[in-house]
Design a protein around this ligand. Structure first.
Ligand code: R61
Length: 307
C-alpha cells in the first residue's frame, strides 16, 4: 500500500512510526507560546487507555505560505539531527492537510534551562554549569558539522533532561549553510533578542557558526548568572547604553560593542570562565574559537580548579 491519505487506516499510515494521527494526539497543556507558534504537551494514545507516550508538539500560529515553508525546513533540519545533546525528533502530524502541520518531539519534563537555573541556583555548582556548557558545546559542534547555524542559542532554548543532562531544544531560527558559503544572510531582521547577537548579525544580518559562538558566550554568561533577571544580558546592556531612545538600540549596541564594551563578569565567576566568554565575544568572527576548540577548554576547566 502506497503511504497516501486515502482512508484513515491505510496500512502504510498506521505503520509509519513517524506519522502521528491527530485523533490519537490528546492535548494536555500549553508549554510555551512565542512569535513562532506554540508548543503543547500531548499524550499520543492510540490505545485510548492513557498508556501512550508524552510528547511535545509544536505548531504554527499563523499559517502563511512562508511560515509553513520555514516550518517544513525546521522539521527537515531536526529530522536530520541525531545527538545526545539535541532534542529528539519523533515525527509529524498532519491535520487539515498541510495547514495543520505539527512537529512531534520527545518531551523533557524539567523545562527550559533559564527557568531551571533560576529555580535551582543554590544547589547548582560551577562544575555542573560547566557540564551543561560542555554538553551544549558538543551539540553545537555536531550542528556545525551538519552545516547548520542555530541563530538563537540562549538558555530559553535549552531543555533540561535531568540534573546532569541538557539538550538544545528548539530550531525555529536554524538555517542550513549553502555548499559554497560559510555564512547566511537573512532578509528579515531577527525576531530574537538582539543582546545575544554578534556584531555582524546586528549590522548586516550575517549568521554563521562564528555568530553561534558569540551567542554561546552569552549563554555562558546566563549560566554563571543563573539566568537572574536583574543581571540578564538585556538588563546589563540597557544599563550600559543608558536611557537612549529605543529606536536606535541596535546602532547604540553596535557602537558599544565596537568600543570593546562587553557584559561584565558575573559575581563569583572564575576568571578562566570569564576569559572563555570574552574569547567568544571577539569582534572579528574569525578570531572567535570554534565549538571544536571550546569543548576541550571547558573540559579542562571542569577537571581543573572550578568547583
Ligand atoms: C521540544 C520540547 C520538549 N520538552 C519540553 N519540555 C518542557 C517542559 C516544561 F515543563 C516546560 C514549562 C516549565 C515552566 N512552566 C511554567 C510551563 C511549562 C517547558 F517550557 C518545556 N519543551 C519542549 N519545547 C518547548 C516548550 C516550550 C517552549 F516555550 C519552547 N520554546 C522556547 C523558545 C522557543 S520555543 O517556544 O519553541 C520549547
Amino acid at each position: 500500500l502506497r503511504d497516501g491519505f486515502w482512508g484513515h487506516d491505510s496500512l502504510a499510515m498506521s505503520q509509519d512510526p513517524e506519522l502521528f494521527q491527530e485523533r490519537h494526539l490528546k492535548y494536555i497543556s500549553l508549554l510555551g507560546k512565542g512569535n513562532f507558534g506554540s508548543v503543547e504537551l500531548c499524550r499520543y494514545d492510540p490505545l485510548g487507555d492513557s498508556t501512550g507516550e508524552l510528547v511535545a508538539v509544536k505548531k504554527l500560529q499563523q499559517d502563511s505560505a512562508k511560515e509553513i515553508r520555514d516550518f517544513e525546513r525546521e522539521i527537515q533540519i531536526l529530522h536530520s539531527l541525531q545527538h545526545d545533546f539535541i532534542v529528539q525528533y519523533r515525527g509529524v502530524c498532519y491535520s487539515r492537510g498541510m495547514r495543520g502541520l505539527r512537529l512531534v518531539m520527545e518531551f523533557l519534563p524539567n523545562g527550559c534551562l533559564r527557568d531551571y537555573l533560576q529555580k535551582n541556583q543554590p544547589r547548582l555548582e560551577h562544575c555542573t554549569l560547566l557540564l551543561y556548557a560542555w554538553q551544549i558545546c558538543k551539540g553545537m559542534e555536531y550542528l556545525g558539522a551538519q552545516r547548520c547555524v542555530h541563530r538563537d542559542l540562549a538558555s530559553r532554548n535549552i531543555l533540561v533532561e535531568s540534573d546532569s543532562h541538557v539538550k538544545i531544544g528548539d530550531f525555529g531560527l536554524a538555517k542550513l549553510l549553502p555548499q559554497d558559503k560559510d555564512y547566511y544572510v537573512v532578509r528579515e531582521p531577527g525576531q530574537s533578542p538582539v543582546f545575544w547577537y554578534a556584531p555582524e548579525s546586528l549590522a548586516d544580518n550575517i549568521f554563521s557558526c562564528a555568530s553561534d559562538t558569540w551567542s554561546f558566550g552569552v549563554l555562558l554568561y546566563e549560566l554563571f548568572t543563573y539566568s537572574s533577571k536583574s543581571k540578564s544580558p538585556s538588563e546589563e546592556f540597557l544599563r550600559m547604553m543608558g536611557t537612549g531612545k529605543p529606536a536606535q538600540i541596535i546602532c547604540h549596541l553596535l557602537e558599544l560593542l565596537k568600543d570593546n564594551r562587553r557584559l561584565p563578569a558575573p559575581a563569583g565567576c572564575p576568571a578562566e570562565v570569564y576569559a572563555l566568554m570574552m574569547s567568544c565575544w571577539a569582534f572579528a568572527p574569525s578570531a572567535r574559537p570554534t565549538f571544536g576548540q571550546l569543548a576541550p577548554k571547558i573540559e579542562a576547566l571542569r577537571d581543573g580548579r572550578s568547583k
